[in-house]
Design a protein around this ligand. Structure first.
Ligand SMILES: N[C@@H]1[C@@H](O)[C@H](O)[C@@H](COP(=O)(O)O)O[C@@H]1O
Length: 256
């Protein structure tokens, strides 16, 4: 697993956006051989989406032959709610680029049969040949997607109850009102993420420092689910200086 450290969140966003563009362009996707990209929501990827949109507008990248799968979605939040992940993705990314809507996949948290929805999502990922690059954020408790502490490391797409810590963290998007935050979500599993050919995780800010330390310096652990990346052949954390605050200086500092 690689660890890349940049000075601040803007530099992290720029680096990852350029990395994704490079990956897509060198893959040279076509309609019959699309590039499959896994995507997160949250505040961490905002800078990346901003950079990707700018690069699209500058003509540096096309998303015409890119298929996306989002990591997660709240259960029972109306699709057009301002805080649904459907709304987030269209507002910050999809409505500004040339991705065909048929290529966009986001779990339906209002499906009548949630379990069937999750099974179908896994099948759809498999049908397009798997995910080439899964981009993810990380929770303050080390969760990846909505794989909360204690999630099985072989988990697949499923319904997940959110922990109190996640509900509190996400209440900032709901006017600080804990009651308004959905308590359940649909999420890809840890194993779904590990199936991707490549994984890139963003972690910025001091609030993520403990999670970064636990997931990189400690062992693989179901209580810090992003630690699963240690078992992946092509995984990378891209973090800013603040996110390294809990790490061992003597191993983080690069030799002269
Ligand atoms: N399900 C999402 C995760 O995918 C995301 O990584 C995490 C961190 O979000 P942020 O980037 O806003 O800190 O929040 C939510 O729980």
């Amino acid at each position: 697993m690689r660890l890349l450290i940049r000075g601040n969140s803007q530099a992290v966003g720029k680096y990852i956006a350029e990395y994704i563009i490079d990956r897509i362009n060198s893959f040279a996707p076509t309609a019959s051989r699309p590039f499959v990209l896994g995507l997160p929501t949250g505040s961490s990827p905002l800078e990346i989406y901003k950079n990707l949109v700018e690069k699209f507008k500058a003509g540096d990248i096309s998303f015409e032959n890119v298929i996306t799968f989002n990591m997660d979605e709240y259960v029972a939040l109306p699709r057009d709610h301002p805080e649904s992940y459907h709304t987030f993705m269209h507002k910050h990314f999809f409505s500004h680029i040339n991705i065909p809507l048929k290529n966009v996949n986001i779990l339906d948290g209002n499906a009548l049969d949630l379990e069937a929805e999750c099974i179908a999502y896994e099948a759809k990922i498999k049908a397009v040949g798997g995910i080439d690059l899964f981009l993810g954020g990380i929770g303050t408790d080390g969760h990846i997607a909505f794989n909360e502490p204690g999630s099985s490391l072989v988990s697949r797409t499923r319904v997940k109850t959110l922990t109190y810590e996640t509900v509190v963290a996400n209440s900032r998007f709901f006017g600080g009102n804990l009651e308004a935050v959905p308590k359940c979500a649909l999420t890809v599993g840890v194993a779904t993420i590990l199936d991707a050919r490549e994984i890139v995780i963003i972690a910025t800010g001091a609030a993520k420092a403990l999670a970064v330390k636990k997931c990189i310096e400690d062992g693989v652990n179901h209580m810090w689910t992003a630690s699963c990346l240690q078992n992946h052949p092509c995984a990378m954390f891209v973090v800013d200086d603040d996110a390294t605050l809990e790490m061992q200086v003597k191993t983080v500092k690069v030799g002269i």
